[in-house]
Write a protein that binds this ligand. Structure first.
Ligand code: ADP
Ligand code: MG
Length: 242
């Protein structure tokens, strides 16, 4: 479970262009569920997910990771929750790698290197042996039906294939939580549906999936468990879809 308590993110604090992108958000995200953050562009979805995923710190408020804390190597024995907002940078990096997988709107794949290398990239800093994560990367490509493209550069792939490479890369470190930011923005409806089916499978494997989207194929999907609506940086509604 992820617990957000009074999370605020203010950019350019104290300057004339000061802007509060996330305003006092208190929310609980249930584990092993699909949670969709819906809201118009500029409502703070990306800012919020960025803070949950340990890529940015809130200006104020606290974020707790419950239950999954055991997976974090430096965690004190017996402690079952982790307050990520107060942790030093090096710990945040470690949690980000071990606990989160990210799928971005533009997929953010690296051109000029192979599909397989792209999938392996997030595993290099973990210190795990290359042979081990290479095997896992090949398994993921197999699972997503793109093994035949393993040696190709990403620029040769279709949109649907790129999407599956991006998902495979998000899964390489076997994260408990997947964060997807507008994952269907560059996909046609069929591929968007396909994305949701993959997300459903990931949930079936026990993963927590958090998606920011203003695409009805995502937020109206029968697969989602919780819909969080955002407006002007605030959560205006959060409801269970079950
Ligand atoms: N680094 C930044 N500096 C200043 N303003 C920002 C920054 N990042 C985001 N914002 C502003 O915060 C608001 C919320 O942005 P964002 O979280 O990206 O919303 P969404 O993902 O819902 O479109 C937007 O108005 C955006 O311009
Ligand atoms: Mg966004």
């Amino acid at each position: 479970m992820i617990e957000l308590s009074g999370i605020t993110k203010t950019f350019n604090s104290g300057l004339s262009n000061q802007f509060t992108a996330v305003a006092d958000v208190t929310l609980t995200v249930n584990p092993r569920q699909i949670t969709v953050f819906k809201g118009p562009s500029g409502s703070g979805k990306t800012s919020l997910l960025t803070m949950i995923g340990c890529m940015a710190r809130p200006t104020s408020g606290r974020i707790f990771l419950h239950d999954i804390a055991a997976a974090v190597p430096f965690q004190q024995e017996g402690a079952d929750s982790l307050e990520i907002t107060s942790l030093p940078e090096r710990f945040l990096n470690e949690i980000r790698r071990s606990t989160f997988g990210f799928v971005f709107q533009q997929f953010n794949l690296i051109k000029g290197i192979s599909v397989l290398e792209n999938v392996m990239l997030p595993a290099y800093p973990t210190g795990e042996g290359r042979t081990d994560f290479r095997g896992r990367a090949e398994g993921l490509l197999e699972q997503f039906n793109i093994a035949r493209h393993a040696g190709q550069r990403v620029e040769l792939l279709s949109g649907g294939e790129l999407q599956r490479v991006a998902i495979a890369r998000a899964l390489i470190n076997n994260p408990a939580i997947i964060i997807a930011d507008e994952p269907t923005a560059h996909l046609d409806s069929k591929l968007s549906q396909e994305f949701m089916e993959i997300v459903g499978r990931l949930k079936g494997e026990g993963k927590s999936v958090l998606i920011a989207s203003h695409d009805p194929i995502v937020y109206d999907s029968p697969l989602i468990d919780t819909l969080v609506e955002m407006r002007d940086g605030a959560v205006i509604a959060s409801r269970s879809c079950r």
